[in-house]
Design a protein around this ligand. Sequence first.
Ligand SMILES: Cc1ncc(C[n+]2csc(CCOP(=O)(O)OP(=O)(O)O)c2C)c(N)n1
Ligand SMILES: [Mg+2]
Length: 320
Amino acid sequence: MLLSRVLEEKLGSLYRAGGRIVGGVYLGKGQEAFSAALGIQLRKGRDIYGPLIRDQAGRIAFGESLLDAVRTYLGAVTGPMRGRDGNIHRGRPKEGLMAMISHLGSLVSVVAGGLFARRLAGTLHDSVGATSIGDGGTSTGAFHEGLNMAAVEKLPLVISVANNQYAYSTPNCRQYACVDLVDRAKGYGVQGVAVDATDLGQCLEAFDAAVKRARNGEGPQMVVGHLLRLSGHGEHDDASYIPETARKGPSSVDCLPAAERRIIDEGWMNENELKDLFTEARGKVDQAVAKVSKEATPDPFKEKWQALSSEELAEGHHEA
Ligand SMILES: Cc1ncc(C[n+]2csc(CCOP(=O)(O)OP(=O)(O)O)c2C)c(N)n1
Ligand SMILES: [Mg+2]
C-alpha cells in the first residue's frame, strides 16, 4: 500500500512536470487497501490477475516489479510493453498478469476465458483468476456477459468491485437503481459480500475468504468495496464536480493513515518503524525513476511496432 502510494505520488509529479510521462496517469489513491488485499492472495505464475487502472497496489502485492511500472510510464524500451504502450496497459501474460484492455469490463471475459482455456487444456488445477471493476463498469455489457458466462461455467473467478461513488463525473445515483451493487451478484448466481474498503482488515478477510471459496470450486465470487475516489479520474481531472459534502463526508476516509493507526494501536510497529518504511519506499521509487530515466525509448524506424502481439510472450507458448 505504502509503496504504491509513494510511486503514484511520484508519477503524479512527473506528469504535472510535463513531458516525462507517456500517456495519462490514473491513480488508485484511497483504494490501496482494497486492491492490495486481493493482489496478495494470488500466486504469481499460478493464478491469473487482470488489474485495472486503480490497482497499482494490487500489482505490487501480486509481484509486479517497480521497474515494470516505471519503465512503462516513462516509455522505456526495456519495459514489458517495450515502450509501445503508456501507463496502465501493461502486463506479462505468460506470468498470469494480463495487460489491461479497458477499465470498462473487458478484462472479465479475458480472465474468465483464461481460466476456461486452462480447464479445457487440463491445466486449471487449483488456480484462480481475479480482476477488478469500478461502480460504473458494472453497468456495461462486457461486465454482464463476462460474469454471466463465468457463473454458468462455475469458473474460479474473483471480481472486486471498487464502488468509489463516481464513474468519471457520474455519481452513483445516475448509475444504478439497486440498493447496493452487491445485490447484482445474486442475479448472476454469484456469491457476493460488501466491505468497507477503507478498512484494511475487512478487505483482507473478505478476499482471503473469497479466493478460498473460488479455489474450492464454489464458482465466481464478488467482493464490493465502499469508498470514495480520493483523486480525479486521472491527473488531468481536478474532480471539481465532487461536492464538498462528499469530500468531507464519512466515506472520505484514506485507507493508508487508517491502516497505520491500526498497526500502531495493535503494537505491530511503532511510529519510527513506519517512518523507516516510508523512507525505504521513497528510496526504492527514486532509484527506479533515476535508473529508467537513463534508459532508451524505442526507435520506430529500426524496430517492429508491436508489444505483446508476438507469440513468445503469450501464455502457453513453449520454446522449441
Ligand atoms: C467505451 C468507453 N467509454 C469511456 C471510456 C473512458 N472511461 C474510462 S474509465 C471511465 C469511468 C469508469 O468509472 P468506474 O467504472 O466507476 O471506475 P473508476 O474510474 O471510478 O475506478 C470512463 C468514462 C472508456 N475507456 N471506454
Ligand atoms: Mg467509480
